[in-house]
Design a protein around this ligand. Structure first.
Ligand code: BTN
Length: 249
């Protein structure tokens, strides 16, 4: 067992409504202790990757953690898979359903995205830090039509309301334990868990208009793909569709 790194020593703040839990922590970046977390019941300006917005009505869980890990800067973005694994574990414990990850970092349940993760570095201020933001569609009531092929909620799959307090507590506890492991073992255990959970592996994928078979996940979290022309490539970024998910037939 690893000792908790942030869960017991740092504050866990709660707000009914904020613009964005990531922005909230960013404003505290110079003063907040390592491991400070904020949970909100809803967000008015939830932020997603690539400048997108993240729908954040009541019923979801919106949580960010501020961390100051003393590791090589290139390792920092691999906190995203740490968070993804923590979400999967917490949802499994609290809701009794198994989740997977669509590369790079969407957590899926029943073929739909139930969680997004936004990793940000805050480098300009007095005390550099990173912020890991996690949004879980737990009891999220409904999604706009354009999101319906992609976004889902835990409650829609289980048919039960989600105990948001229990889910938040489990998520912080799992993230804390996996973060401690990530600090101590260089990320190896989380990478293996990510590989086991990665839904792309062994499936047909579509990347940049080319079809291929996903062979696995590299040590740097690249997606290893053999394209139909025989070329094998390690994809480090970009949109990759997975046959059978998000309406790709
Ligand atoms: C994505 O899938 O594009 C990432 C979505 C991340 C959403 C979470 S909700 C909590 C935290 N606060 C934000 O504004 N964004 C992240």
């Amino acid at each position: 067992m690893s000792a908790p790194v942030f869960g017991r020593a740092a504050p866990v703040l709660y707000e009914e409504r904020v613009d964005s839990t990531n922005l909230y922590l960013r404003r505290l970046a110079d003063t907040a202790p390592d491991g400070t977390a904020v949970i909100a019941a809803s967000q008015s300006a939830g932020r997603g990757r690539a400048g997108r917005s993240f729908l954040s009505p009541e019923g979801g869980l919106y949580l960010s953690v501020l961390l100051r890990p003393a590791v090589e800067p290139e390792r920092l973005p691999t906190l995203t898979p740490v968070a993804a694994a923590a979400v999967c574990r917490a949802v499994e414990t609290v809701c009794g359903v198994r989740c997977g990850v669509k590369w790079p970092n969407d957590v899926l349940l029943g073929g739909k995205k139930i969680c997004g993760i936004l990793f940000e570095s805050v480098l300009g201020g007095e005390k550099p830090c990173v912020i890991v933001g996690i949004g879980v569609n737990a009891d999220t009531p409904a999604f706009p039509e354009e999101l319906q092929p992609i976004a889902g909620s835990i409650a829609a799959v289980t048919g039960d309301n989600v105990d948001l307090h229990a889910l938040a507590a489990a998520l912080l506890s799992e993230f804390d334990a996996l973060y401690a492991l990530w600090l101590s073992d260089g990320g190896a255990a989380v990478r293996e868990e990510y590989r086991r959970r990665c839904l792309n592996v062994g499936r047909e994928v579509l990347a940049g208009g080319r079809r291929g078979l996903c062979l696995g996940v590299g040590d740097d979290y690249s997606l290893l793909v053999r394209f139909s022309d025989g070329a094998e490539e390690a994809l480090r970024f970009g949109e990759v569709s997975v046959r059978g998910l998000y309406g790709y037939e």
